[in-house]
Design a protein around this ligand. Structure first.
Ligand SMILES: NC(=O)c1ccc[n+]([C@@H]2O[C@H](COP(=O)([O-])OP(=O)(O)OC[C@H]3O[C@@H](n4cnc5c(N)ncnc54)[C@H](OP(=O)(O)O)[C@@H]3O)[C@@H](O)[C@H]2O)c1
Length: 275
């Protein structure tokens, strides 16, 4: 990757977090070019990373090995159509991080037979702790797949899907997932303050417990069910709480919640297909 020239179209929150991740992982700043239509964003990215940030997408694509598309989904069609002749000439690997835009639509707007990777990151990518699913079109070779994976791994975990339709499930799980955990933390904090803890203590104990549990699960060889059983002594306090949650239907509730998110993701993806 060190010899690759990578251009970012869109230097907003996500574009900048990827640029930051790549530089932290040793990519030289002169390998990266950014663009943004927003002058403030250009200024922010240029001063934050000491990289070249242009206004002109066509200029940024010149000699690029990889073009990362980090604009909002609703700007994608117009952005790609405006640079399609340059893409046909340079033939870079395209990586789109836009939620919901399918490979077939990206290919249609960008031009024929370009290697394209679609990535679905989540917001913790902003602090290099993201979870990203990737899928590639038929024109993407092994070297390009490795390159895309390395780029996305600079902001956290990255894994491949063979079936693009599973992106809607990924969106429901890891895409929307941070909000589910925020909700759980929110209601745990509230419950603990009702039982007498100060807000400050309830907050910090909740957050550290969530962090510790996630770290334990990530570092353990056991699955989450085993880990749960290991901290649930028969007749103990944890068992009492888990019985309330299980009897309250937490499993069915999450199944329903993820299904609703998956269906909404598919609906939004269909509506983003353009004309
Ligand atoms: N933020 C997340 O956590 C997250 C998670 C998963 C996926 N994503 C995806 O990541 C993408 C970027 O999200 P973001 O939060 O970084 O958005 P953002 O902060 O709005 O950044 C996008 C930037 O691109 C600029 N832009 C628009 N059209 C352009 C063009 N034709 N050429 C160059 N720059 C252009 C925008 O300018 P204007 O503001 O002036 O339009 C904006 O500065 C989205 O597609 C989103 O679906 C984001």
């Amino acid at each position: 990757m060190k010899n690759s020239k990578i251009s970012f179209i869109g230097c907003g929150n996500m574009g900048r977090s990827l640029i930051g991740g790549l530089i932290a992982n040793g990519l030289p700043v002169n390998s990266i070019t950014g663009t943004d239509i927003n002058a403030e964003q250009r200024q922010t990215a240029a001063s934050q990373f000491n990289i070249e940030v242009l206004e002109d997408n066509r200029q940024a694509i010149k000699d690029a090995d990889v073009v990362v598309l980090a604009v909002k989904p609703q700007s994608m069609q117009e952005t790609l159509q405006a640079i399609s002749s340059d893409l046909a000439h340079e033939k870079p690997l395209l990586i789109s991080i836009a939620a919901g835009i399918q490979l077939s639509h990206l290919g249609l707007w960008a031009g024929e037979e370009l290697a394209i990777v679609r990535a679905m990151p989540n917001t913790p990518a902003l602090i290099q702790s993201g979870a990203t699913a990737l899928c590639a079109n038929q024109y993407t070779n092994e070297t390009q797949r490795d390159l895309a994976e390395t780029i996305m791994r600079s902001v956290g975990l990255a894994l491949w899907l063979d079936d693009e339709t599973l992106m809607d499930t990924v969106t429901a799980l890891s895409g929307s997932g941070p909000a589910y955990y925020f909700l759980i933390m929110e209601v745990m904090e509230k419950a603990a303050t009702r039982l007498g803890l100060s807000q400050e203590h309830a907050r910090i104990l909740t957050l550290q417990t969530a962090f510790g549990a996630a770290k334990m699960a990530l570092e353990s060889n056991h699955d989450t069910e085993t880990l749960r059983k290991q901290v649930t002594s028969p007749g103990g306090t944890t068992e009492q709480a888990l019985n309330v949650l299980m009897n309250g239907g937490i499993e069915d509730l999450f199944a329903e919640a993820l299904k609703a998110a998956q269906e909404r993701s598919a609906e939004l993806a269909a509506s983003l297909g353009g004309e």
